[in-house]
Design a protein. Sequence first.
Length: 441
Amino acid sequence: MQGKLYSTSTLQKYVSESNRRMMMEHGGSLKRVYQLWSGNNIFCLGGRLIFGPDYRSILLTISLITVPVILFTIFICKRLANEVDFFFGNLVLSISIILCVYVITLLILTSSGDPGIVPRNPHPPEPEDDGGPLSPWTTGSQPGMGAALPAPPPTKDILINGIIVKVKYCNTCMLYRPPRCSHCSICNNCVERFDHHCPWVGQCIGKRNYRFFFMFVSATTLLCLYVFAFCWVNLVKLTKAHDCTLWRAFLHSPISALLIVYTFIGAWFVGGLTTFHLYLVCTNQTTYENFRYRYDGKSNPYNKGCMKNLIEILFSKTPKSKLDLRAKIYDESIMFASSHSLETSTVDSAEVSKTSFDLEIAAPADKRMGVLSEEFDDIHAQIENLGKLERCGTQPRRMDTSWEARTKNGWAMKDDMEALALEFGMEYGYADRERNSREFL
C-alpha cells in the first residue's frame, strides 16, 4: 500500500481552501453587516436602528421630558380647563402633548439613525492610492514577512474652495478621513462632518443627523418655554380667582412652582445650546472645529454665507447612508477562525495520520528489520547448536548437510522472508533477498 505525503504548508492551504469552499456552499459564515460590526454601536430591529453604546441615556432624556409634561397636563391644564375656560384648557393640553410627541420623535430620529459613519476598509490603502510620496516611517515587519511595507502618510493635502486642507489617516478604520470627518472614541467609528458625541441622545452627531439634533434642542427649548409660560398663567389666574398674593398661589398650586423652576433651568440649558448651534449653522462650523479653534486666524473654506449655510445644513436633502447594515456578507473573521480551528484540528489529525503513516512506513520497517534480525539470530543459534551437537556426538545427526538440503533450506528461508515482507508491506528486491538468503546458508 502506497501513500502520498503532503508538506505542512500545502496541507494547510488545501484544508483552508476546502473549508472556505465548504462554508460558502453551506452558508455557515453568511451574516448581516450589523452582526459583524466593528464599532461599539447597538442595533435593534435587525439592524434597522443603530444606537450608540450609551443608548440607555435616551431613557433618562425621555423621562426628563415626559414626566414634567405629564404633571403639566394633569395638574395645570386641568385646572385651567375647570377654573378659566374649558376650551382654553383643552387647547393648552393638546399643544403640550403635540410638542412633547414632536420632541420625542426628533430625539429618536437623532439617536437611532446613521449619523454619517464611514465604512472601514478591510486593509490599508495601497501605496499607489495615496496620491503622494510615502512617509519615511513604516510599519513594523512581521516574522516571516520579509521587509516591512511602507505605511501610508499620516496626513494628506486636498484642495477645497481654493484652500488646502489636511486630512488625516485613521489607523483604526484604515482610511483617509473625508474632510471634516473625525473618529469618535466612544462609538469607535469615523463620522462625516463630526460635530460631537452627545451623551443625552446616546449617539454621535454628524452629517446625517445634525439637522434632527438641532431641531430637537430647539423644540425642547420651545417646550420648556411653553410649560414655563402657562405655569405662570395658572398662578396669575389663581391670584385673581382667590384674591391672594403670589405666595398664596404657590401654596395652592405647588406643581406650578416646581415646573417653573425646572423649566427655567432647562430653558437656560437647551436654549443656550440652541443659540450656540444656531451660530455654528450660520458660520458653517462644527462643535469639534469650534472647540479646537480650527478657523481662528484663517478663513473657513466651508463658509458660504449665512443664508447658504442655513439652506445647506437645515433645508438640503439628507445624504444617503453609506451603510447597508442588512446586507449579507461572508464573515471573513469567522471563516478565518473556523478555518484556523479546522485547519488546526485537521493539521493535528493530519500530523497524527502522518505520524502514524510514518510509523507504518518507517517504524515498522525498523520493526520488520528487528523481526528479521531475530529470525536470523534464531537460525544462527539453531545452526550453531546443531554444529555443537555434531562435534560433541551426543546427538545423532539428523540434519542433512548436503547441497540439495542446504539449497532447499535456503529457499525455505527465502519464502519465510517473502512472507514477512508481504505481511509488513515491505518491498525488497530479488537481489537483496537472494543475498540475504545466501549469507545465512
